[in-house]
Structure formats: C-alpha cells, structure tokens
Design a protein around this ligand. Sequence first.
Ligand SMILES: Nc1ncnc2c1ncn2[C@@H]1O[C@H](COP(=O)(O)OP(=O)(O)OP(=O)(O)O)[C@@H](O)[C@H]1O
Ligand SMILES: [Mg+2]
Length: 350
Amino acid sequence: NDGRTDKMIAKIENGKLNIYNLDIDALASKFNFSGGQIKDAISSARNFAMVKNPENPAISMEDLYRGCKAQSNKSLSAFAKNIPPRYTWEDIVLPKDIEAQLREVSGYIKHKGKVYTDWGFDAKLSLGKGLNVLFSGSSGAGKTMAAEVIAKESGLDLYKIDLSTVVSKYIGETEKILRKIFLEAETSNAILFFDEADALFGKRSEVKDAHDRYANIETNYLLQKMEEHEGIVILASNFKANIDEAFLRRIHFAVEFTSPEEGLRERIWTHIFPDDTPINEDVDFSFLSKFKITGGNIRNIALNAAFLAAGDSSDDVRMEHIIRATKREFQKMGKLCTSADFGEYYELVK
Ligand SMILES: Nc1ncnc2c1ncn2[C@@H]1O[C@H](COP(=O)(O)OP(=O)(O)OP(=O)(O)O)[C@@H](O)[C@H]1O
Ligand SMILES: [Mg+2]
C-alpha cells in the first residue's frame, strides 16, 4: 500500500512509543492517512491509553484503532454534516397516513433485531439487512424535518451528505469519498441522509461521452454500496419521477410528502412560533391558513415577521408584520399578491 506502512512506522518510532500487539499493516490498509493525520491519530491513541492506565500508558492496538477512527471521523465531516436532531413528532404536522408511514420506518429501526434475529427472517431470507428510505416532495414539505424526527426517536446520529461536495470532478474521487462515508456510517451506526439525491440517484444517462460513462459508473457504485450497507439510508428528492428505477427497486419505504391542506396549514401556523415569542391578539391564523404555501414558507414568514416586529420596536408580532412578511415570501416565489388572496389586508401589500 504505497509506502503507507513505512510512513506509520517512521512516525511511531519517532514518538518512541511502547506499543504491544502492533499490526501496522492492518491500520495502514484501513486508514489512508497523511503524515499529519497519523501523528494526530497516535496522539489520541496515547490519550486513550493514559486514561486507561495512567501509571503505565502502553498503547495497545485497540487504542491506536480508536485514535485512527477519531481521525477518520474528522475527515468524514468534510462531506457529511452531523445534524443534531431537534424535532419530535409533536413538531411535525402531516396527513395521518404519511405520519403513519414515518412511524413504520421508525418501528422498523426499533424492531429490526426482533424480526431479523429472534424471529429468524435473517436466516430464512437472504435479504439485505439495511433500510433504504426515499422521501419525495416539494421543497419545504418537511423532508429534512422528518429525517430529524426519526433520528431523534431512534437515538441514532444523523449525517447529511452534501452531494455537491462529494461529486467530484476528479475521476475516481467520488467513489473514494462514498466508500469512506459508508464505512464510517457502518462503524458509527449513523443514519445517512442524502439530500437533493437527484444529483447522484437521478436517471442514468445515455453514454454520449467519457464524462457520462463516468457518471454512470459512480451511480452503479452507489447502488451497490446502498445494497450492501446494513445501516439506514434516507434519500430526499424533490421529484420522485427523476429517481432511477434501479434505485427505486432497492427502496423499502417511499414516503411522498404532499403540500399541506388548509387544516394542516393552520396547525403549522399555530405551532411555528416559539413559546417565547409574544403574539398579538390581532393575528388571525385561520385567515393565514388560506394561503396555499408549504411549511417551509410558513417558517420563513414567521421568522421574517418576528424581525419586522423587532425592527418596529414592537412588543409583539402583529398581523401586519406577518402580512408584510408574507408579501416578501410571495415575491420570492414569484407569486402575485392579489386582493382576492389578501382581502382586508390588501392595503398592506399593495
Ligand atoms: N410538515 C411540517 N410540519 C411542521 N413544520 C414544517 C413542516 N414542513 C416544513 N416545516 C417547517 O419548514 C422548515 C423547512 O422544512 P424542511 O427543511 O424539512 O423541508 P424540506 O422538505 O427538507 O425542503 P427541501 O426540499 O428544500 O430541503 C422546517 O424546519 C419547519 O420549520
Ligand atoms: Mg431538506
């Protein structure tokens, strides 16, 4: 492995370390580190050994392995962002059946051991033990929020992969990064959340040039990884129709997030403001629910309305602020503010 072993040995001898059971080859083949990373890995291994036995801090293979893992976790964070899940079932407002589907996903995670191991599905059917979930639906419908709810409920870490940084223009790089991400997810038992999955999971193109051929190889690689992976993968896409058939066949749950109906919008409106935000009595949530917008739009409007209120030195958020913020959100969406929509508040948005 291209001198990696030698590099590690040099570092270790340099540090005059007392290491037993040393198997440098094993480490060097697992971790493709730079000199600096090796140094850091060794120094965290030394810390682990110190904590275990301060009198005689001999570094074991186990310590070194942990040190290396800590380093590779660090490199993972360049491509995958750890999202501390904030939301619970109380926060997310969805049609009954969609919520039921999400609870089934959650139940799958919870009862995997029982069904596969205790009840023997494992031995009887040679299924992939992983779980692949697709969330589709328009922007702001609550896909990221739902991933957080599931992570929180199951107590697993949630890693959001920024595909724009992963899909590299350098041949071979994307696969290397993906391999790293999946390996790390396996050892840390994390949920992998591929946002804007269309970038990689999209329909494979006809091969017209070398670049197309290369993009297809990457997609095939990802498909294979997803199939082998024993953990949980959530893909989010704005358009289900854009997702490659071969991916869809490997999906265990496909959850389609629809735009909320008026009744749900009213529940989102009434829950969106933090408890500490003072709301004036003139705010008419049932009027606001008539606007055909998503939860994401409502979140933006609520936040902007709070800033408008603060800017006015107002003690609380009033209907006027929310209406003005709605106008801004409409402008962003390229939507006209009509008197039919805004009724008695039309004067504020003209
Ligand atoms: N169903 C919902 N119930 C309650 N709040 C919601 C809902 N959908 C969206 N929101 C609010 O809108 C914000 C943005 O939603 P989220 O990021 O989950 O949308 P998304 O579907 O992931 O959008 P995108 O496709 O743009 O990533 C949430 O943080 C939340 O405040
Ligand atoms: Mg999202």
